[in-house]
Write a protein that binds this ligand. Structure first.
Ligand code: 0O2
Length: 207
C-alpha cells in the first residue's frame, strides 16, 4: 500500500457493489428487451444466453495488486470497470455487432472502452468483443450516477472455445507448450470457419 492509500471500509464497498449490481440489472433488462423486440420483428433471437456476475471482493483486490493500482475508493471507481460484468452469447456472428450497435446507440448508454478481439483475436485464439459502458443509476437522494458495466459479446462457438480454454488454466498450465497454444489457435479458427458457414446459410434462408 502507498502511504496515502486509504482502503475503503465495508460500508463504502457495499455501496459500490449495490450501484454496480443495479447497473447490471439496467443493462441486462435492455439486452432482454432488444432480444424480445428483434425476435418479434424478425422472427430470430440474436441472444442465446446472458450471464451476469459481480467480481468477488477477492478477485477485485487481486486485480488491484496485479495492476499495481491504488486501493482507494476513488481509484477503484475510476480504474476497475469490470466489477459488474455481463456476458452475452449470441446465436450468429452478425448478432454480435447487431447487439453492440443497438445497445451503445441508446441515449442513456455511454461507450467508454471497446476491445475488438473479433477482428484482432488474441494470439491463443480468444475471440469476442469487450465493451465498457456506463448507464445512469438513480439514487435514493434523487440524483443519478453513471455506473460502468463490462459487456462481453461472443457467439456460442466462441463461448465453447473460451470455456474449455479457461479450464486449462486450472490444469497444470506450466505444461502448456507453444504447440498447445498453436492448437488452441487452430481450433478457434476452425470454430470461426464453421460459424461463418452457418451465418451464410442463415442469411440465404432469410432472403
Ligand atoms: P473474470 O472472472 O471473467 O472477470 P482490463 O480489465 O481491460 O484492465 P483485462 O482484465 O486483462 O484488463 O481485460 P480483458 O482483456 O478485457 O479480459 C478480461 C476477461 O476477458 C477475462 O476475465 C475473461 O473473462 C476474458 N478473457 C480474456 N482473454 C481470455 C482468454 O485468453 N481466454 C479466456 N478463456 N478468456 C479470456 P478474467 O480475468 O479471466 O476473470
Amino acid at each position: 500500500l502507498s502511504a496515502n492509500s486509504v482502503v475503503p471500509n465495508i460500508k463504502q464497498l457495499m455501496n459500490l457493489y449495490v450501484l454496480r449490481r443495479a447497473a447490471i440489472k439496467e443493462i441486462g433488462t435492455k439486452l432482454e428487451n432488444l432480444d424480445d423486440e428483434y425476435s418479434t420483428i424478425h422472427n430470430h433471437n440474436p441472444i442465446n444466453l446472458i450471464e451476469e456476475r459481480l467480481k468477488s471482493p477477492a478477485s477485485l483486490f487481486e486485480k488491484i495488486k496485479r495492476k499495481h493500482l491504488d486501493y482507494s475508493l476513488e481509484s477503484i471507481n475510476t480504474e476497475i470497470l469490470d466489477i459488474a460484468g455481463i456476458r452475452v452469447v449470441t446465436n450468429y456472428l452478425d448478432d454480435i455487432l447487431r447487439i453492440k450497435n443497438t445497445l451503445v446507440s441508446q441515449d442513456d448508454v455511454t461507450l467508454i472502452k471497446a476491445k475488438d478481439y473479433l477482428n484482432h483475436p488474441k494470439s491463443n485464439g480468444y475471440r469476442g468483443i469487450h465493451l465498457v459502458v456506463t448507464v445512469p443509476v438513480f439514487l435514493a437522494n434523487q440524483t443519478h450516477k453513471a455506473v460502468p458495466v463490462e459487456v462481453q459479446l461472443r457467439t456460442s462457438g466462441m463461448e465453447l472455445w473460451a470455456s474449455l480454454e479457461h479450464r486449462l488454466h486450472y490444469k497444470n498450465s506450466s505444461k502448456k507448450t507453444t504447440e498447445h497454444i498453436q492448437k488452441l489457435q487452430e481450433y478457434s479458427q476452425k470454430i470461426n470457419d464453421i460459424e461463418i458457414g452457418m451465418q451464410q446459410i442463415a442469411r440465404d434462408i432469410q432472403q
